[in-house]
Design a protein around this ligand. Structure first.
Ligand SMILES: Nc1nc2c(ncn2[C@@H]2O[C@H](COP(=O)(O)OP(=O)(O)OP(=O)(O)O)[C@@H](O)[C@H]2O)c(=O)[nH]1
Ligand SMILES: [Mg+2]
Length: 634
């Protein structure tokens, strides 16, 4: 049967364990390309081919899952087509992993030979086991001087047992690899110089897709792409039957609505791209152009006997933010798209491909509530929008509270921190007052000066935690968290300890003014920057907000003062990334996201308005510490 020579696998792992590096090397060694051809496609610092999107290159992480197909000839001369999906490892993009697993029959579970299984390893493995996918464990980075591959294999085995894997799954094949150096072996005492063992393990261990080409067509759409020439392109796996060029089909959406449409163009994956195909049979992954409407989760079915495939359920968002029209004094200076309609249209477009995102109308016509899987998930959306020329103001991220059986439930995350033994006390005391509970604390086997700490902590407790842990450990700790479950609300959280400095005037920041405020704290702006009344220009060293005049210029007189007239003392500005701003702000503040600048401002720009609003609050809640929503702030 045709599908006998097809293998569909996804590469899954915790962030930075080397998925993309492994896939790139598999492409180099596939014999389908000249090395120079691939070298040209590699980009940025990590020189990875598959991380092709500009933000991925900038940050060195994978954000979107991507398909490619490799032809492989085994030792018996049989030609196999291996469809491989690269997935992101960051917990916030977990939805991307869930979306694509349905396409595959097996997974390469990559685990770092020093780190061992981390929170996202557990998450992606549990999803793979849920889909009954056959795992192959790749212990990667064995070239590392501190690698401890044997311990890691034991830890992976324990993880499988914890996740209640069945006996036949527990029999998983193990490969030891250095993706960076491009080799893998089944036995560390027998070195090897290529990735052939990875190909062989895929061919031997991953089952061929169970699919019957003689049944009526059923194809599940798992990704969408756009092309200027052919419009929407639906990508997915053909579960039954075959797709034929120019064939009429019935598209069944998630509500069960049928529409009669026609395949305009049909592609199969080949190497890094797609090539036109006349016919794609059950078991293979293909792309269909010319269908509209079509969405992720829809079934493309036979027009005579249409029947839908089960819908892929994606985990719910846990965090939401308000996106609103930028109404600050500098609005429309940098952006091309500034109206609520333009923002709404852009968010609707994002919903078509970003499966873990939700968008709802907000309290006013200028506001929308956007929910996602975490700060980075929403941060990447904002970053993309800003680069496309949008201007938006966003409010403080809030965790999404659910009510179950009349009890308020909040998202709880599994947090893993690995740090040198000498700073564990500092870490534990920081986390201790954030309503967490410790699950585990042990020294990392094979690396005795490192401790491995595991906690359950409300998502609220994670806001601003990373920066504090890094300061407390001089940047030596590694911290990862992933959503685990909803649990009963755990009470109030400590919030930002410091107040801010708020500009009282609109104008250009002067070194003279900053010098006068030298002892008041840190600034987010530099001399020469333009600021407006109500903008947050710095962090106060005390816990109260203070108004400051950052634009004050030195009075011009013709009397020269002796001494340090020209030598204004200005601390280097603290330049905050978009995500750090989002973590930093309080309930009464907004982040203004524009194509060239990111500013923090007070919701109410004038001092009078803020005072008036504070007076309206109950007496026992001071204005700068107010928390309108039951202490939800972190
Ligand atoms: N020493 C060593 N480093 C490796 C190896 N494989 C990958 N790396 C490095 O690990 C880092 C992360 O590699 P990626 O391939 O981007 O990891 P990833 O799993 O795709 O990361 P995300 O997609 O962001 O989850 C890069 O700096 C690689 O150079 C390896 O075998 N040995
Ligand atoms: Mg990657």
């Amino acid at each position: 049967m045709y599908a006998e020579t097809i293998r569909n696998v996804a590469i899954i792992a915790h962030v930075d364990h080397g998925k993309t590096t492994l896939l790139d090397q598999l492409l180099y060694q596939s014999g389908m390309f000249r090395n120079e051809e691939l070298d040209k496609l590699a980009g940025a610092e990590h020189a990875l081919i598959m991380d092709s999107n500009p933000l991925e290159r900038e940050r060195g992480i994978t954000i979107l899952s991507k398909n490619c197909a490799i032809r492989y000839v085994d030792s018996d001369g049989r030609v196999f087509k291996i469809n491989i999906v690269d997935t992101p490892g960051h917990a916030d993009f977990g939805g991307e992993v869930e979306r694509v697993l349905k396409m595959t029959d097996g997974v390469l579970l990559v685990v770092d030979a020093f780190d061992g299984p981390m929170p996202q390893t557990r998450f992606v493995l549990s999803k793979a086991l849920h889909h009954k996918l056959k795992p192959i464990v790749v212990v990667n980075k064995v070239d590392r001087a501190d690698a401890r591959p044997n311990d890691v294999v034991n830890e992976v085995f324990d993880l499988f047992v914890e996740l209640e894997a069945t006996d036949d799954i527990l029999d998983f094949p193990i490969l030891y690899a250095s993706a960076k150096e491009g080799w893998a072996t089944t036995d560390l005492s027998q070195p090897n110089n290529n990735l052939k063992p990875v190909y062989d393990a895929i061919i031997q261990s991953v089952p061929a897709p169970k699919a019957d080409p003689d049944q009526p067509l059923q194809m599940l759409v798992t990704s969408l792409e756009y092309s200027d020439y052919v419009g929407r392109i639906a990508i997915g796996k053909v579960f039954a039957g075959r797709v034929i060029q120019a064939q009429p089909v019935t598209v069944i959406d998630k509500q069960g609505c049928h529409t009669q449409q026609k395949v305009i163009q049909l592609y199969e994956f080949e190497g890094l791209g797609k090539k036109l195909a006349s016919d794609v049979q059950a078991g293979d992954i293909c792309a269909v152009a010319g269908l509209d409407p079509v969405d992720i989760g829809d079934t493309i079915a036979c027009s005579v006997e249409p029947s839908a495939l089960p819908i892929v359920v994606i985990g719910e968002p846990t965090m939401s933010m308000t996106f609103r029209v930028n109404n600050g004094p500098f609005a429309s200076r940098e952006g091309k798209y500034v109206t609520s309609l333009q923002i709404w249209d852009r968010l609707q477009k994002e919903l078509q491909t970003n499966v873990a995102l939700r968008v709802e109308l907000g309290q006013t016509a200028d506001e929308f509530t956007v929910s996602g899987r975490g700060l980075m998930h929403l941060g990447i959306l904002l970053e993309n929008m800003r680069r496309e020329g949008y201007e938006i103001c966003v409010g403080k991220p809030q965790v999404i509270i659910k009510i179950e059986d009349g009890v308020e439930q909040e998202p709880i995350e599994r947090l893993v921190i690995e740090c040198p033994a000498d700073c564990q006390n500092a870490v534990i005391s920081l986390i201790g007052n954030r309503r967490s509970e410790m699950l585990r604390m042990d020294t990392k086997s094979g690396a005795s000066d490192y401790v491995h700490l595991e906690f359950m902590i409300p998502s609220r407790g994670l806001f601003g935690l990373n920066a504090r842990i890094m300061t407390a450990t001089q940047g030596r700790a590694v911290m990862h968290h992933v959503f685990e479950k909803y649990g009963p609300m755990r009470g109030s959280m400590p919030e930002r300890q410091t107040g801010v400095m708020i500009a009282t005037d609109t104008g250009i920041v002067t070194a003279y003014a900053l010098d006068a405020l030298y002892n008041r704290g840190f600034f987010f702006v530099r001399p020469g920057d333009e600021v407006y009344e109500g903008q947050v220009v710095g962090e106060h060293c005390k816990d109260k907000d203070i108004p400051v005049n950052a634009t004050k210029a030195k009075q011009m007189t013709n009397i020269r003062a002796a001494g340090k007239d020209d030598a204004a003392r200005v601390r280097p500005a603290r330049i905050m990334s978009l995500e750090s701003c989002l973590e930093y702000i309080q309930q009464d503040e907004l982040v203004e996201v524009c194509p060239k600048s990111i500013r923090i401002r007070k919701r109410l720009l004038t001092d009078n308005d803020r005072r008036r609003a504070a007076r309206r609050l109950p007496r026992d809640k001071p204005a700068d510490k107010r928390q309108p929503q039951r202490n939800l702030t972190g």
